[in-house]
Design a protein around this ligand. Sequence first.
Ligand SMILES: [Mg+2]
Length: 317
Amino acid sequence: MKFNPHQKMLLGIAIGDTFGAGYEFVRNYDRDKLQEINIAEYRAHPSPNYKHKKGRYTDDTQMSIAVAELLISGQEFNLENLADFFVRCYKRDPIVGYAKGFQAFLDSISTKEEFLAKIISTSTRNGAAMRAVPLGMMNDPKKMVDYAIINASLTHNTPNGRASSVIVSLLSHYQLFERRIATVEEIMPYIHNVDAETTSYIKKIAKMDVLDPELLFGQEHKDKGVPCDGMRTAGAVFYLLSRFTEPKDILRESIRLGGDTDSVASISLGINFMHREVSDLPQSLYDELTNHAFGRDYLLELGEKLADKFPIPRLIG
Ligand SMILES: [Mg+2]
């Protein structure tokens, strides 16, 4: 199976999300035990409260689809249109996996007007970061960063929320266009005016030799894994992508970090997988990925349209 990088970006987002959703905030967090996870098999989240089914992706993928669809539509990338695509994507396919409060919000509204009127947009969580990978397709990084800020402003209009969206879009962009991970020096100019805290944090993560949970997750979360926090999620993704290159390792290590495993695995694998092959992961992860109306085949079709609209220049050599 030969797919273009845009298709593999979407597959990576969905496979990481679907796999990670089985491990999100599992109790009895034990990093060494988690290392033994079977990456050839999706699992449903063990808690019935999650209502998550094996092989099903969650909010990370659905919101990334919404961002990708807005980019393809040719409509202006603004708050109103973004809200419209989020509402429409959820209403046509009301999946589980959203944060409780946000899902209740989506259930309570039916139009972009209601979304814009009722949203409380001061979250510092990782919702903007989790849907920023598709922005990397844009060939002008300055314009892309403007879009990343708009992406955050709708729901996560905080320095931390904005910086997380910018970092993820940059990591995605460099991987797609240059087949490498952006360095801390390349990220800095785009975030130092956005959030001082995230800037100094990312610098520290770049220098972290061995995993330091207190530094990466924060003191309060050092035994719990990656919190649902924009800055910490961007830090975990930057840490993983800077140190691991094999898709299997990205998946395993995303789970090993613990905490918000589906968002970390979704963002990280979405970026890592663009120039890899489906055969670099167990075939079961492709075969058993949900193929409902907006599942695997839909993602592949969307990826083809993205490749037409946002071509990447062929690298020489
Ligand atoms: Mg999720």
